[in-house]
Design a protein around this ligand. Structure first.
Ligand code: ADP
Ligand code: MG
Length: 251
């Protein structure tokens, strides 16, 4: 067969097999293989490596964009020297995602600007990189979504969706008052995931202050109870990082 016919056949098979990188890189790689005397096996392994690397990257990027994080920040970007109230080693260890396997929660409590959302997003990005099913939301958006689902009769489907996630991130618990019926919806989510799937939750309020936004203290206690059991609890009490940047600018 002539070189052109081989080329056409490779393109055709690659298309049929949904291989998008192989047809782009095989020619260069086979030239290199000939020059460096790679074995057929080595050549095939390297070629498939490139296809897999590209596909993994695309799938991770898709997960990150679907997650709709409020911003993209990584664990590596977190400046622990600015937040000494956080145990660096312990937080970095969470980056191994062991807590997701163990179905444990992470609770980040503290005043605004101390990096709670940053850490939640960073761990969410790690989970996307590990190709896990994650959902990022604020408490307010979650309540709204569940209220709509309850009204249109799809609450059971919503709860099933939330129970299938590897990781649910609930940011900003306590920004708005939570009525009794809303608290009940939140309770259903938390109890659906209890010991079945990991949750990361952030709040500006310590648990003893949750009565401020929950009108039903019994449901609030039941939620806290399930969240805290099997949880990594961090009280971040340092200064606001936002303020630090502002102060720098004015100096
Ligand atoms: P919180 O959720 O606690 O209100 P954020 O996580 O939104 O605070 O942090 C506010 C901003 O400051 C974000 O842009 C975040 O990336 C940044 N930030 C906060 N703490 C740190 C830190 N220790 N190192 C690097 N950036 C930080
Ligand atoms: Mg935040």
């Amino acid at each position: 067969m002539s070189a052109n016919l081989w080329k056409t056949q490779i393109q055709k098979h690659a298309k049929f097999l949904h291989l998008t990188t192989v047809p782009l890189v095989y020619a260069d790689l086979s030239e290199k293989a000939a020059k460096t005397a790679l074995s057929y096996e080595e050549f095939l392994a390297l070629l498939l490596d490139q296809e897999v690397a590209k596909k993994t990257d695309v799938s991770v990027q898709r997960r990150i964009s679907v997650a709709k994080f409020p911003f993209l920040k990584t664990l590596e970007e977190f400046d622990f020297s600015f937040q000494p109230s956080l145990p660096e080693k312990e937080v970095l260890r969470l980056g191994t995602l062991d807590f997701i396997d163990k179905k444990e929660n992470i609770l980040l409590l503290g005043p605004p600007g101390v990096g709670k959302s940053h850490l939640a997003v960073a761990l969410g990005i790690k989970a996307c990189s590990a190709r896990l099913r994650i959902h990022f939301t604020t408490a307010q958006a979650l309540i709204k979504q569940l209220t709509i689902a309850e009204k249109d009769g799809s609450l059971v489907d919503s709860l099933a969706y939330f129970s299938r996630l590897h990781l649910l991130i609930i940011d900003e618990m306590g920004y708005m008052p939570i009525s009794n019926s809303e608290a009940n919806l939140l309770f259903q989510i938390i109890s659906t995931r209890y010991e079945k799937g990991a949750i990361i939750l952030t709040s500006n309020f310590n648990f003893d202050e949750w009565g401020r936004f929950f009108s039903d203290s019994v449901v609030a206690s039941a939620i806290i109870d399930r969240l805290v059991h099997h949880a990594h609890l961090f009280f971040v009490n340092g200064a606001s990082y936002r303020l630090k940047n502002k102060l720098k600018k004015t100096l």
